[in-house]
Design a protein around this ligand. Structure first.
Ligand SMILES: CC(C)(COP(=O)(O)OP(=O)(O)OC[C@H]1O[C@@H](n2cnc3c(N)ncnc32)[C@H](O)[C@@H]1OP(=O)(O)O)[C@@H](O)C(=O)NCCC(=O)NCCSC(=O)C[C@@](O)(CC(=O)O)C(=O)O
Ligand SMILES: [Mg+2]
Length: 299
């Protein structure tokens, strides 16, 4: 389960499970994860139809390695238990819990997943969990949510519902999301899980999207929820280490290893001060480059 929890998730693309035309071949666009939505994208009177489509898609379509996460309906609805049964019976890779507010929410979903794994003969613990945080209460409880289950691989900010709860709205500047973004990354890092940013809904504003992705990349997020294939290449470009960064990271790793053997703790690489504190960051860049398929070195 450890490797699956840590896999590369730069892009998590939402698609409406109600629309067979969307769920039949979305892997062609190359998002790292697909978020098959049974929640807000699906009209209230179409939940059963969406679930049947979803089950059929999971059972019959080869998604060519793209991760298949199902966003279930909220725990305050009559739908979520049946959503879990269908998603697990279909063999999804994970469940996204919407509007998560407490560790208890995660534990309740975990129990239901286990029940479904047993009912449909799927290996126990094969279904991962991620929790979307969409309220002020959820942000405050982020750390306990992150630590609620061994199946949980990450948390995601959901800006639309969150800003509504905060009595503000999405401005496009990101100012209304700053506090939550920072708190979620800190909680996720403290718990050792991944952290994903919210969707950017203005599809026509490519410059604004780029700026948004640059910001969350610098803040330490692992990736972003997206709504449209045309957003994928921008996120992948920003989240994939550049050649210059990779070369510098290699030098840092090699120099730290060699200087350690010589009993030297602090020195410079390309004019920049380096000590052991830079080791893990440099290693992370190399690992990310490897996972993104752009590493040609030997480390
Ligand atoms: C926005 C739009 C209708 C525009 O459609 P358009 O057709 O005008 O787009 P085009 O660019 O023209 O499409 C070109 C080609 O790509 C295909 N194509 C488009 N989108 C695709 C896709 N997603 N997957 C696969 N394929 C796709 C399309 O079929 C076409 O294929 P073809 O005809 O063959 O050329 C469409 O994208 C879409 O439905 N997006 C997903 C919306 C959704 O699920 N929302 C719910 C999740 S958010 C939420 O709930 C809030 C949240 O919870 C969030 C949080 O948690 O952060 C919170 O609280 O904030
Ligand atoms: Mg939402």
């Amino acid at each position: 389960m450890r490797d699956a929890k840590k896999r590369l998730r730069r892009t998590m693309m939402f698609l409406n499970a109600q629309k067979p035309g969307l769920i039949k071949d979305p892997y062609i666009y190359g998002a790292d994860s697909l978020m098959l939505d049974l929640e807000d994208a699906v009209a209230e009177n179409q939940k059963d139809a969406a679930r049947f489509s979803l089950f059929h898609a999971l059972r019959t379509i080869d998604y060519h390695g793209a991760e298949r996460i199902v966003r279930i309906n909220g725990l305050d609805t009559p739908f979520w238990k049946e959503d879990i049964r269908c998603a697990v019976a279909g063999g999804c890779d994970g469940i996204r819990i919407p509007k998560t507010e407490t560790a208890q929410d995660v534990k309740i979903v975990e129990q239901q997943i286990l029940k479904a794994e047993n009912e449909f003969g799927r290996p126990e613990n094969s279904t991962l969990i991620m929790a979307a945080i969409e309220s002020a209460r959820g942000v405050v409880k982020a750390l306990e949510i992150c630590e609620a289950s061994k199946r949980l691989f990450g948390i995601a900010l959901s800006g639309g519902d969150y800003t509504k709860d905060l009595h503000t709205h999405i401005t496009g500047t990101g100012i209304e999301l700053m506090g939550a973004r920072q708190q979620l990354v800190i909680a996720a890092r403290a718990a050792g899980v991944q952290c994903f940013d919210t969707v950017y809904t203005d599809l026509e504003n490519e410059d604004g999207f780029r700026e948004d992705v640059n910001t969350i990349h610098l803040m330490g997020f692992d990736g972003k929820s997206i709504i449209n294939p045309r957003q994928i290449h921008i996120v992948h470009e920003i989240f994939t280490p550049k050649e210059k960064e990779i070369i510098f990271a290699e030098k840092v790793v090699r120099e730290i290893d060699s200087k350690k053997a010589q009993g030297i703790g602090v020195f410079t690489v390309d004019g920049k001060m380096i000590d052991i504190a830079f080791y893990d960051g440099a290693k992370r860049i190399i690992e990310l480059a490897k996972a993104s398929g752009v590493y040609e070195g030997e480390l």
